[in-house]
Design a protein around this ligand. Structure first.
Ligand SMILES: [Zn+2]
Length: 338
């Protein structure tokens, strides 16, 4: 954030539907979530769903459509949507966010769901006043917050109670669904890195890990601290230059390299066309959201472009309903920190 500048980060947050940031939040504590007013679980869910939806923000809704008994449609939810960053950048975020779940020292290892990739981030404030779990799978995004209206410490069985809520709801929503993974775009490459130097690892490096990069951000230097051979498939010159240029053109010029413009009139929920705002394509939307009853409480349906997954989601609507009810019972009606 120091490199990006907090102002740039704030613009991205606003594009992801966050409306509660203040002037005081324009500083580096923002990177750790040190905010004046904070963010509601609903807005946090919309923001995390942007990552899950390959960089596309979709305004949360509490209903998808209302029909008469005879099937005539009365109201269809019009959710605004906009592309905030590329699917390549979204994938890199997804991959990073699997670390708390899969990593050896992960803070959310108990949030694993069998057969389904899980990305999750835990959050805690000073004195344990607030506990968060923000996470998603290829199917759903959910955010849970646990705390008091007036700051009071939470002590609960050593484990993040928000995380326990999260995994109890999410594992039930996913029961019976097909296995699903976060799909890596072809232009994103994994490079084995030396943990000590941050350069490309050699056979001599002891602590290695795979990190994912956009083509033009790959580290070019090889570790010079540990003597060894360059690892197979870890060579920087493996991609032809013109291909890289094309990818840069496709990704960065359109979205990632351009600073997002500040969302205007955010309180009235209208946004000018310069922000690349798209009106909800209703016919599209109905297909993905029908029967899922998404966004009850803070669980939103992660939009699937894969039709199989969508079908699976639809076919599990009963389960979803049940789980949403469970979620309501546990968390009560007050879901916000405001
Ligand atoms: Zn090394």
């Amino acid at each position: 954030m120091e490199d990006l500048k907090p102002k740039t980060s704030i613009k991205y947050l606003e594009k992801m539907g966050i409306t509660t940031l203040t002037e005081k939040d324009n500083g580096l504590p923002l990177s750790l979530g040190g905010l004046e007013k904070g963010i509601s679980p609903l807005q946090m869910t919309g923001a995390y769903a942007t990552i899950a939806n390959d960089g596309k923000y979709i305004e949360p809704t509490f209903y998808t459509k209302i029909e008469r008994k005879n099937g005539t449609t009365i109201i269809i939810a019009k959710q605004k949507s906009r592309q905030v960053f590329s699917k390549e950048t979204a994938y890199i975020l997804k991959e990073m966010l699997t670390e708390p779940v899969q990593g050896q020292n992960g803070t959310a290892t108990y949030c694993k769901i069998a057969g389904v990739d899980v990305a999750a981030k835990t959050g805690t404030t000073d004195e344990n006043y607030d506990r968060w779990l923000c996470g998603f799978t290829p199917y759903y995004t959910a955010v849970t917050w646990y705390g008091f209206d007036i700051s009071e410490s939470i002590n609960f069985n050593q484990r993040n109670p928000a995380g326990l809520l999260w995994v109890n709801v999410m594992s039930r929503i996913h029961s019976g669904l097909n296995g699903a993974t976060f799909e890596k775009p072809t232009s994103v490459t994994g490079v084995t890195i030396c943990a000590e130097t941050g350069k490309r690892a050699t056979t001599g490096c002891q602590h290695k890990y795979v990190e994912y990069f956009l083509p033009f951000t790959k580290p070019t230097e090889t570790c010079d601290k540990h003597k060894g051979q360059i690892l197979e498939n870890n060579n920087v010159e493996s991609k032809p230059k013109n291909n890289v240029t094309e990818v840069i053109k496709g990704i960065t010029e359109d979205i990632d390299a351009k600073e997002p413009t500040t969302i205007k009139d955010k309180n009235t929920n209208t946004t000018s066309s310069e922000n690349n705002e798209q009106k909800q394509n209703t016919s599209n939307k109905i297909n993905t959201n029908t029967n899922t009853n998404n966004t009850v409480n803070t669980t939103t349906n992660t939009q699937n472009t894969n039709s199989n997954k969508t079908n699976n989601t639809n076919s599990s609507s009963n389960k979803t309903n049940n789980t949403n009810n469970i979620s309501s019972n546990i968390t009560g009606t007050d879901n916000t920190t405001e």
